[in-house]
Ligand binder design. Sequence first.
Ligand code: ASP
Ligand code: MG
Length: 442
Amino acid sequence: MKVLKFGGTSVGSAESIRNVREIINSQKGRKIVVVSAMSGVTNQLLEISEVYNYGKEDKGQGLMLELKLKHLQLIEELIENKETKKVTRNLFHELYHQLEETLKTKPFYEAEVITFGESFLSLIFSQYLEEQGVSNTLLDAKDFMHVSNVENPEIQTVQKLLKSTLEREVTSEVYVTQGFIRIDRNKNISTLKRGGSDYTATIIGAAVNATEVQIWTDIDGFHNNDPRFVENTTALTSLTFEEAAELAYFGAKILHPQTVSPVKEKGIPIYLKNTFTPNAPGTCISDEHHTIGLKAISAKDGITAIKIKSNRMLMAHGFLKKIFDVFDKHETAIDMITTSEIAISLTIDDARNLDKILSELDEYGEITVDSDHSIICVVGEGVINDHETFRLFELLNDLPVRMISYGGSSNNISLLVDTTNKVQALKLLHQKLFEVKILNAT
Ligand code: ASP
Ligand code: MG
C-alpha cells in the first residue's frame, strides 16, 4: 500500500486535478489518496467561522455563497458525465447544508467548520475519479483518525480503526480520504493544525505500514535555502528523516513540522514531489545517509528571546531547573538556549503565556525580552564536523547575531537574528556556505 497526499494548489483547479488523476493512474497497486481543501478554502472557512461567531450573518451569507459557487464551478468544469454531475452536485449540497446547520448551532466548534474544505473536495474528487474509470472508495477520516495527542499520535489506535474500515471495503484499489481532520480525546472534531494534511498522510502511512508516502505539492522538493528570499537555491534529492524534521520545524514551509515523526521509526520513505512536474526527482526523505555535512538553511519567524540575568546563578545549582519549571508550568516549549555563568538566554515561539511566564521569572533576576526574532537553522548530518561550516561565523562580521547554538546536535546549528535582518542573513549564509563551496570545487 502507498499513501499519496495532494495539497492546496495541486487540487486548486480542474486542470490541476486532472494532473492528479494522471499521477494516480500512473502508479500501480493499492493506494490511499489523502486530499486537503482547495487552495484558499480553509482560510475562507476560518473567516466564515469568525464572522458567524460575531453574529455578522449578512456578511457570512455572502462568504458562504462564494464558497458554494467555487465548488459548484469545480464540479461543472471537472465532471463531464451529466448524471455523475447531478449526483455530485446533490451530494455536495447535502454536505453544504450540514455546514449551514453547524453554523446555526451556538456555540459551534471552529474546527468543525474549517474541516468542511477537506470533506467537500474529497467528495468531488472521488466522484471525478469514478467517472474517469478509476474505481475508488471514499473513506471518512472521522472513522479512523482518532488522534488524542497531536504531538504524539497513537498509531495503534488509528491502525485498528483503519484496518476495520479497509476490511469493510476490500474491493477497492484506490481509497480517497480527507487530510487535516482528527477526532480528539473528547470525540469532538478537531484538526492536526494548519497544513496538517501532510501529517495525516504519514500517520496513515505508519498505520498501514505503507511502502512509501508521497507528498505532492507545487514545488520540486526541499531546497537548500528559502526560495522566497534567496536566488539560485537548488532542490535537494535526498534528506535523512532528522534533517527533514529539523528543516520542517525550523520554518521550511513545504512540510508540516510533525510530518516526519510517524514514519521515521518504521523507516517508511517520504517522497516530496511536484504535481506540475511529476517527472522531476523531488526529495526523498529516508534513513539513508547519502552525503555528510552541510545541506540546507531555513528560517523560522515569530521568535521571542528572553534573558534572565542573576548573580544568584553564580556557582549555584538548581537555578536552571527553577527557570525551566516556569516554562513547563505554562506549557511553553523552549527552542534555543545559551548560558553564561550569570545569565541564561532562551527562545520560545509561542508567546501566548508570555506575561504569566515573565511575572513568575521576575523573582529570579533581571529580565530582558526581545520579540520579532528569527531562528536561522543550518542543517546537515554531521554539519558541525564539516570544515566548510566555519564560514558561518563570518556572518558575525556582517550583522548582529543575538544567540548561537552549536553542538546541541551534530545536525543543526541555530542562529538567532532580528527578523529585520533575516533575509540578509539567509542571503549572506547562502553565499558563504554554498556559493563559496561551488567556487572552491571548480
Ligand atoms: N486545508 C488545511 C490548511 O489549509 C490543511 C492542509 O492544507 O494541509 O491548513
Ligand atoms: Mg501544505
